[in-house]
Structures are given as C-alpha cells and as structure tokens.
Design a protein around this ligand. Structure first.
Ligand SMILES: NC(=O)c1ccc[n+]([C@@H]2O[C@H](COP(=O)([O-])OP(=O)(O)OC[C@H]3O[C@@H](n4cnc5c(N)ncnc54)[C@H](OP(=O)(O)O)[C@@H]3O)[C@@H](O)[C@H]2O)c1
Length: 257
C-alpha cells in the first residue's frame, strides 16, 4: 500500500527537519519543501535509510505566489494526510528603513503561502473526512514587535487564522493545530539578524523538542500549543499586561544586548 504523504514546508533545517523525522518515524512519506535542495536531499536520504519511507523533494520558493500550486502538482492531485506549514523567516530593523523585498517576501512566505497551501489541500482532506494540519506561528503572535513589526504581525495572522479555521473544521474529521514556539536553536536567529538580541541571548529550546510538542498536539487534534513551560507562563502573563507595556517590552527584547 502507498505510504500516506506528509507535506512539510521549510524542511531543509531547524524545526521543519525535525517535524519531517517525526512524520517519517510514523511511516508517512515526507514531501520536503524549501529552497535549499542540498539540505532536503540529505534529509531525504537519511529518512529513507532510517525509516524505510519514500520521501520526495520539492524545491520551491514560497515567496513566489505560484509555488503552492506547483507543490500540489508534484503530489499529482492526491491531498496529503498531513500538511505542516512551517516555513518562515524574520527580519530585524525599523520598518521605515527596512529592506523592501524582505518585508513583502515575509508576508508571502509566512502568511500568503500558508493560507494558499491550506486552501489547496482542505477540500481533498474534507472529502476524505481525515487530515491533520499544523501551522507554525510563534509566541510573537501575542504581542506587537517593534523592530520586527512585519514578522510579529505575520505570526498574529497565523495564530488567529488557525484558531478560526480549526473551529470551522470541527466535526469534519480534519483538524488544524497552531504551534507557538519561543526562542529555539535553529538558523532563525541568524537569518533574522536577532541572534544577539536580549530575547535570543536568553534560554532557548531544542528544535527537536519543539517539533515533538507540535507533532503530538497535531496528532491529538489540539487547536493550539505553546512550546515549553517558560513560554506558556510568559504568554499567560500577557493577558494581564497593558498593550503599551507589552510593546515596549518586546522592543527591549528585540534590541541587541
Ligand atoms: N527558531 C525560533 O526561535 C522560532 C521561534 C518562533 C517561531 N519560529 C518559526 O518556526 C518556523 C521554522 O523556523 P526555524 O526556527 O526552524 O528556522 P530555520 O532553521 O531558519 O528554518 C526555516 C525554514 O524555512 C524555509 N524557508 C525560508 N524561506 C523560504 C522560502 N522563501 N521558500 C521556501 N522555504 C523557505 C528554510 O529553507 P530555505 O532557506 O532552504 O528555503 C528553512 O527550511 C518558522 O515559521 C519560524 O517563524 C521559530
């Protein structure tokens, strides 16, 4: 019998690669998506050898609005059993001076591609009355983020969107889960230019641990999960803190040490 597919974006490293390993360990055939094919092929070989699955590599730049359709074409019309919208990146700097392409590519990758891929796979999943979707947001979803304004806002979109669609899907056999990691040891900090920030100089979690938390929540059909007790407490605290204070706190955390 053909292995059910698990489509994972941003699988070339970090949290996405760890999520792909968990899918493969459960016998799903991972469909690995990112721009960097070297990392994808290395992971594909490792997963095939370790778990006996048949991974597929799809090189795609999710900043390109045609990418989601091309990815689905690579699946030959068969919706995956699992969709993990994990690809994303951040950028630090004042919005007025920000690199133009980086800001709008961030919206394309973190927001548009996530919504687009979800919209493409949902009808097939609903017709089958089964499917699991995991969207990777961030603890950044809960606060405005000065000097990372677009990134924080993009994750607020992912969080709100996921909760709303999860509610629409109730009773359909398809579930949507949103994972909110805090600082995690991956390439993210270096790509975003925040490795030296107060936030990233503090404690960070392992990508494998964050992935495990998200994966288990997804399999359990939970709607939302914040990775790690420290992050859960922090987000709980935001409920009782005035927005102005939260915004100034985020500004401080995003600043270099
Ligand atoms: N690490 C953290 O502290 C942290 C905290 C909260 C949330 N998150 C979220 O976790 C998710 C995974 O990030 P990570 O921490 O694992 O960082 P990472 O190691 O930098 O991985 C990001 C992944 O996204 C892919 N990607 C980036 N831009 C892309 C594009 N235009 N098209 C296709 N793929 C693209 C990258 O592959 P290529 O570069 O090869 O394309 C890579 O596979 C992101 O959504 C991030 O916002 C991370």
């Amino acid at each position: 019998m053909a292995q059910a597919a698990a489509l994972i974006t941003g699988a070339s490293g970090g949290i996405g690669a760890e999520l792909a390993k968990l899918c493969a360990a459960d016998g799903y055939a991972p469909v690995l998506v990112a721009r960097g094919t070297e990392g994808l092929y290395r992971l594909s070989d490792e997963l095939a050898a370790r778990y006996g699955v048949n991974p597929r590599v799809v090189a795609a730049d999710l900043a390109d609005p045609t990418a989601p359709n091309a990815i689905l074409d690579a699946l030959e019309g068969e919706p995956p059993a699992i969709l993990i919208n994990n690809a994303g990146f951040g950028w630090r700097g004042a919005f007025a001076e920000a690199d133009f392409d980086a800001q709008f590519d961030m919206i394309e990758v973190n927001v548009r591609a996530l919504a687009h891929l979800t919209r493409l796979v949902l009808p097939g999943m609903r017709a089958r009355s089964s499917g699991r979707i995991l969207n990777v947001a961030s603890t950044a979803a809960f606060v405005p983020g000065p000097f990372m304004a677009v990134y924080y806002a993009s994750k607020a979109f992912v969080f709100s969107f996921s909760l709303a669609v999860a509610e629409e899907l109730k009773g359909s056999g398809v579930t949507m889960t949103v994972l909110c990691p805090g600082p995690t040891r991956t390439n993210f900090g270096a790509v975003a230019g925040i490795a030296n920030s107060r936030l990233f100089q503090g404690p960070a979690m392992d990508a494998a641990e964050v992935a495990r938390i998200g994966y288990q929540a997804m399999l359990a059909g939970k709607t939302e999960v914040i990775a790690g007790a420290r992050n859960r407490w922090m987000i709980w605290g935001t409920r009782f803190t005035p927005r102005g204070i939260l915004t100034r706190l985020a500004r401080r955390l995003n600043s270099p040490m």
